[in-house]
Design a protein around this ligand. Structure first.
Ligand code: PGA
Length: 256
């Protein structure tokens, strides 16, 4: 992490876990443990939990994020939620292009890009997820895959807008599998992402972008990962559902 030039962010991605009442309970457990955080702390929760999360985080240093968002402002999109709806509820961040959305719900770089632009237009901050599949890594095309995702997902996003974009590098083979990328693997790809951003937006703009690592990050391995220069935080799944583990990761980001 390089906190002198970019924001360190630890974000929980709760996925499809916790009801609204359980949300309040978990945030009430997390809040006192992270009150002295030396990084930004976010909980990204299911749509129906957002109001409970906003309420429970009032007066704390925890920000609230959603886990997806539709690209249209309104219209005939049954079951979808717009950026304006999220904004009015009190959301600040939105996870986009998570590999589970890409794998199970047909997300493509094109739709991730449309969502990213809609979120930025509404004044929210996207956490854009990129990452390679295991066989793509084995075929030695990790960099091609990541370069393509970065270029397409951020297509038409301006340098000014980039200031509000967070990138999460999440190797698909490391998500929920207990197989964390080594700190070196995480650093290599996060540095590569920054270099790609540099090509698209210039080095100074790229140096200011927060790039998180995600994929089985936990209270045990966070310290080593966060010591790396280009790993500016984490997007945490499983470990974000246990207050003590999530707080330990926030602490690792505070110390590093
Ligand atoms: P995990 O999930 O920490 O459970 O691997 C990370 C993510 O999917 O964002």
């Amino acid at each position: 992490m390089k906190k002198d030039i970019r924001k360190a962010i630890i974000a929980g991605n709760w996925k499809m876990n916790k009801t609204p009442s359980e949300t309040s309970v978990l945030i009430n457990e997390i809040a006192p443990l992270v009150k002295d955080a030396g990084c930004e702390v976010i909980t990204c929760v299911p749509y129906v939990d957002l109001s409970a999360a906003v309420e429970a985080t009032k007066g704390t240093n925890i920000k609230v994020g959603a886990e997806n968002c539709h690209w249209a402002e309104s219209g005939a999109f049954t079951g979808e939620i717009s950026a304006a709806m999220l904004k009015e509820v009190g959301v600040e961040y939105v996870v986009l292009g998570h590999s589970e959305r890409r794998q199970y719900f047909g997300e493509t770089d094109e739709t991730v890009n449309k969502r990213t632009k809609a979120v930025l237009k509404a004044g929210l901050k996207p956490i854009v997820c990129v990452g390679e599949l295991l066989w793509e890594r084995e075929c030695n095309i990790t960099e091609e895959v990541i370069a393509r995702q970065i270029k397409l997902d951020l297509w038409d996003v301006t340098a000014e807008e980039l200031k509000n974009v967070v990138i999460a590098y999440e190797p698909v083979w490391a998500i929920g599998t207990g197989k964390t990328a080594t700190a070196e693997q995480a650093e290599d790809v996060c540095a590569f992402i920054r270099a790609q951003l540099g090509k698209l937006y210039g080095e100074e703009a790229a140096a200011g972008v927060t790039i998180q690592y995600g994929g089985s990050m936990n209270d045990k391995n966070a310290d080593e990962l966060l010591q790396k220069e280009n790993v500016d935080g984490g997007l945490i799944g499983g470990a974000s559902l246990v207050a003590e583990k999530f707080a330990a990761i926030v602490k690792a980001a505070t110390v590093n």
